[in-house]
Design a protein around this ligand. Sequence first.
Ligand code: NAP
Ligand code: GLV
Length: 313
Amino acid sequence: MTVLLSGRWSAAEGERWARLLHEAMPEEQWLLQPPRDAAAAAAVEVAVVANPEPGALSGLPNLRLIQSLWAGVDRLLQDPTLPPEVPVARMVDPAMNEAMVHTALWAVLSLHRQFFELQAQQREALWQAPPQRRAAECAVLVLGLGELGGRTAQTLAGLGFAVHGWSRRPSELDGVRLWQGEAGLAPALAAAEIVINLLPLTPQTRGFFDTARLAQIRPGACLVNLARGAHVDEAALLAALDRGQLRHAVLDVFQQEPLPPEHAFWRHPRVTVLPHCAAQTDPRTAVPQVRANLAALRAGQPLMHRVDRGQGY
Ligand code: NAP
Ligand code: GLV
């Protein structure tokens, strides 16, 4: 099969992916540049993509699969030229799942044990121990209980945190108090001391944390956004922090990335900024997922991790 590789990445990153994919699947023809003519475009059956430029997948009449190297496909699906009938599969990578659980765990432990405040105290040479609380006294809400949110909720529950989880449809997770839909959201937000966002970005979740929603969060609680910047109205979040509605925000994702140097988040004393590194695709575990989906396509078997394009995730 001819496979087009297309991504918004540095030349070195693109070359690395091309080398690893080619080594793992030498039987495929790897096209690293847009097809030069109609015959080359007609040969392309699969596109392996990392947030390609809009339009990059148009004009490929025989395309049968779009395989994303990213877990979140919001940017990909926003491309109006994306061929509507072609199945899209997203990346579900065990190493990425593990990294996300670690990032969420670090954020929860830092917020629960006040380690961010202790870092600030060190800068002032201030010796002052905060009260020590048990994990069971800290309610954590995980929004989105998919590959990443589900694992995060279960890990935190295993450590003794009082974990709540919110999703669209009913789910089952041991040790997690589950809430669904709009009706479940207000009580879940009111219960939690730490809210972790692991929702996909869809038309339903864009702007999720606006002024009204932030006001539903229990006063003095903390927000951890590990999903997408467009889930959050950044001005509303700054206002909520400044009036003390929220104690702290840990943010890995932003409306504009890289976060501009002049952005207030960089210097806000109660914001911790990460450069969209909560969980990255690891080629060592992701390349076998791509290979498995190409094999499924060739054999006419169901694809793994197919995106529901109607739902947007
Ligand atoms: P996933 O497996 O598709 O899970 C999505 C979860 O969100 C599901 O539980 C789903 O509910 C729930 N959901 C979707 N729309 C909802 C709505 N309107 N109301 C309530 N719940 C809703 O996704 P994932 O693999 O866990 O990834 C989640 C997101 O993390 C990605 O889309 C991406 O944006 C982000 N991400 C960020 C990084 C990073 O480094 N910061 C890395 C990877 C991914 P159902 O179970 O009912 O379907
Ligand atoms: C990263 O944010 C991803 O969606 O893979």
